[in-house]
Write a protein that binds this ligand. Structure first.
Ligand code: LMR
Length: 401
């Protein structure tokens, strides 16, 4: 029956973890997937998460089904975290929101809802480059995927002029995807002034902004500062779509906790939109998982746990920044590695877009047991006091050829 099924290629990101697992060398380093590691290179379960789990365990909760759109307290708190309690649509109960299978699930629900109900051409513009899975998610949701310029290889920074030109030339009312903060894979974000300009441009062209906020807290260490783009657009009257993930900022990767929301005109419109979100979700997976949403909600709804969580997010962001500084110093001061490495320090969030070429990435895996995606992206969180020198020396070797 399946003789005609061709073997598919490994996933560009998760396939790197498989290759890493298969390598038995003790020096091996995984800088592929964006998952936080502590300074010993170990997965990190946040203390606020452990406490939330203890609280939950002591209350012996049941294991009944959640509603199709998830745990209502959680979705309300998730929206509050993103939009801010003072935001007009939040305060007027006009945000349609559903729990999702983390950020990817949120994007997929959004894509499917837009494919079904967006009243204009179902075309979405993605930045170049973007998280590889964006292309597949939106294509498989039934949207036509197009791209806009984002990253300038020459300056290793934002191609703001190219970005604006491409959005200017997009047909009116197109959908445009923005990374809300900590752009993946480049680590390059627009400044607040640039976001304001983009908001004006989006308004002028009547584009529909869809924000992917997978790293709230990871760019600056502050969840509210990282929500600037989302909150600014909403305060300017844009009715945005938003995908949120709690994988990174709460370290809840495998629990799959996220939310998808749409700003609507009124509580009545919100109710209609939510009724249709249910109809989109029910045949996909019926209703979402319980445990992770309970954990996230316990943290978001308890003052002391919330404070502790915010400090932990800041701690993760700061450790990553310290790794950026160490790596930069090793490459430039100690090893005098040829090339310009300032972007390692200036880039934001979990990743650095190193500029290493695909053959150099391949050589690092084969010769040094160092794994990263073929586009030269490294997850900074995979570096620590114990492996950063080995990493810098290995990069130096491949750069010198
Ligand atoms: C990443 O880009 O590494 C993460 O978003 C994990 C994933 O699912 O690809």
């Amino acid at each position: 029956t399946w003789s005609a099924v061709p073997a598919g290629p490994p996933d560009p990101i998760l396939g790197v973890s498989e290759a890493f697992k298969a390598d038995k060398d003790s020096k091996k380093i995984n800088l592929g997937v964006g998952a936080y590691r502590d300074d010993k290179g170990k997965p990190y379960v946040l203390s606020s998460v452990k406490k939330a789990e203890e609280l939950l365990a002591s209350s012996h909760p049941d294991k009944e089904y959640l509603p199709i759109t998830g745990l209502p307290e959680f979705t309300k708190n998730a929206a509050k975290l993103a939009y801010g309690a003072e935001s007009a649509p939040f305060a007027s109960n006009s945000i349609a929101v559903t729990q999702s299978i983390s950020g990817t699930g949120a994007l997929r629900i959004g894509g499917a809802f837009l494919a079904k109900f967006y009243p204009h051409a179902k075309v979405i513009y993605l930045p170049v480059p973007t998280w590889g899975n964006h292309h597949s998610v939106f294509r498989d949701s039934g949207l036509e995927v197009r791209t806009y310029r984002y990253f300038d290889k020459k300056t290793v920074g934002l191609d703001f002029a190219g970005l604006k030109e491409d959005l200017q030339n997009a047909p009116e009312k197109s959908i445009v995807l923005f990374h809300a903060c900590a752009h993946n894979p480049t680590g390059v974000d627009p400044t607040q002034e640039q976001w304001s300009e983009l908001s004006d441009l989006v308004k002028e062209k009547q584009l529909f902004p869809f924000f992917d906020m997978a790293y709230q807290g990871f760019a600056s260490g502050s969840t509210s500062r990282d929500a600037f783009a989302v909150r600014h657009f909403v305060s300017e009257g844009h009715q945005i779509a938003l995908a949120q993930s709690f994988a990174k900022n709460m370290g809840l990767y495998g629990e799959r906790v996220g939310a998808f929301s749409l700003v609507t005109e009124s509580p009545e419109e919100k109710a209609r939109v939510e009724s249709q979100l249910k109809i989109v979700i029910r045949p996909m997976y019926s209703n979402p998982p319980l445990h992770g949403a309970r954990i996230a909600n316990a943290i978001l709804s308890d003052g002391a746990l919330y404070k502790e969580w915010e400090d932990e997010v800041k701690g993760m962001a700061e450790r990553i920044i310290s790794m950026r500084e160490k790596l930069y110093d090793s490459l430039t001061d100690t090893l005098k590695t040829p090339g310009e490495w300032g972007h390692i320090k200036s880039q934001i969030g979990m990743f650095s877009f190193t500029g290493l070429q695909p053959e150099q990435c391949k050589a690092l895996a084969e010769k040094a047991h160092i794994y990263m995606t073929a586009d030269g992206r490294i997850s900074m969180a995979g570096l620590n006091g114990g492996n950063i020198e080995y990493f810098a020396e290995s990069v130096d070797k491949v750069v010198r050829g």
